[in-house]
Design a protein around this ligand. Structure first.
Ligand SMILES: Nc1ncnc2c1ncn2[C@@H]1O[C@H](COP(=O)(O)OP(=O)(O)OP(=O)(O)O)[C@@H](O)[C@H]1O
Length: 339
């Protein structure tokens, strides 16, 4: 059976901005696949190309073996797309909105009625079905959006940042629902800039950075690949770069230290990779004391997906988010995307 998604050497620019430079990945049937990356990495552009909403400049896009560029209508029938922002008509009730959507999908009315009932129950929306959607909380709106995307029983559900702005309770409802969908055989592709979300949900993932895939695998494969435990060390609250480099040079001579990155975006914090068997903190402390350097904070942890990102880019996801936030004109992008 063909893969649920096949994307090869995808490219897409907006004017002079190369949103997607070279992205390839494959999503197998029945898995939850995560696209992880900071804001602006190119996730939305990638899935808009996948869902036939944006025409790529180059590359291959297939949905369940169908060429989505040559046969967008056919491809669309196989997928459900849940956009980042919920655009509900506020005067309709939840049920009316689903009925309208079902008509847009040309579902026969008896089948539509049954499917709507089923989805309202599955998503815990029965009690809210006759209320106007304008009164819904963010979590309810997202659930209704999920129901709308699933009306035509797609093989593949694509969700762009499904839990942005949701409280933790609603987030867990969405996660549980996506797991249930997978159990029932639907393939799920989800984008997120939340590490914990992808870590908790995805069977496999690709990390995207500035329009390219920098890593792909299962969460544990990727974490194992970056090696031992992490130590995050802050010498002072704001350490001078020179001092951080001095400490780095010395700490690098310790036998259990595998690698050190000085994170300039976070006050010259030192991110160390250390062998897992060692008990590194006391030896690091002794070394710094010998150099007459203080310790503002120090912590040891297992590698996370952020460490995978850091190892590949020299930046943490948070740094990248902050840098991207200052350099985008979201209003302008929205306008252009509507064209
Ligand atoms: N319609 C548009 N017009 C111009 N530039 C755009 C448009 N859409 C996206 N971009 C730019 O392309 C790059 C990738 O954006 P994209 O939205 O795909 O990233 P993302 O990883 O999905 O981030 P987010 O989650 O914030 O949407 C960014 O630099 C962004 O500013």
């Amino acid at each position: 059976m063909a893969a649920a998604v096949l994307i090869e050497t995808l490219k897409k620019s907006y004017g002079s901005i190369p949103a997607v430079k070279d992205i390839s990945f494959k999503v197998e049937r029945g898995e939850i696949f995560g696209l992880l990356g900071p804001n602006g990495a190119g996730k939305t552009t990638t899935i808009r190309c996948l869902c036939t909403l944006t025409k790529p400049d180059g590359g291959k896009v297939e949905v369940c073996g169908i060429d989505a560029i040559a046969q967008p209508k056919l491809a669309r029938r196989r997928l459900g797309y849940i956009a980042q922002e919920v655009a509900l008509d506020k005067v309709l009730t939840g049920r009316e909105l689903l009925q309208l959507q079902a008509a847009l999908y040309h579902l026969p009315s008896a089948a539509a009625k049954e499917r709507i009932e089923q989805l309202l129950t599955l998503l815990g929306l029965t009690d809210y079905a006759e209320q106007k959607t304008g009164t819904y909380s963010g979590g309810l709106r997202k659930r209704l959006d999920l129901a709308a995307g699933l009306l035509h029983q797609p093989d593949l559900l694509v969700l762009d940042e499904p839990t942005v702005g949701l409280d933790i309770e609603s987030r867990v409802v969405v996660w549980d629902f996506l797991r249930q969908l997978r159990e029932a055989g639907t393939t799920v592709l989800i984008t997120s800039h939340y590490l914990e979300e992808i870590d908790a949900l995805a069977d496999r993932l690709a990390i995207i950075d500035r329009g390219v895939v920098i890593a792909e695998g299962t969460p544990s494969q990727l974490k194992d690949r970056v090696g031992g435990d992490r130590v995050t060390l802050r010498i002072r609250e704001f350490t001078a770069e020179e001092e951080a480099i001095q400490a780095k040079d010395k700490l690098q001579t310790l036998p259990f230290v595998e690698e050190i990155i000085v994170n300039t975006a976070q006050g010259n914090t030192l991110n160390l990779v250390v062998k897992r068997q060692s008990n590194p903190l006391s030896q690091i402390e002794t070394t710094l004391t010998e150099m007459d350097l203080p310790i503002f904070s120090m912590a040891q942890s297992r590698p996370s997906l952020d460490d995978v990102y850091l190892a590949a880019t020299g930046r943490t996801l948070m740094d990248e988010e902050l840098a991207a936030a200052g350099s985008r004109d979201l209003k302008k992008e929205k306008k252009q995307a509507m064209k």
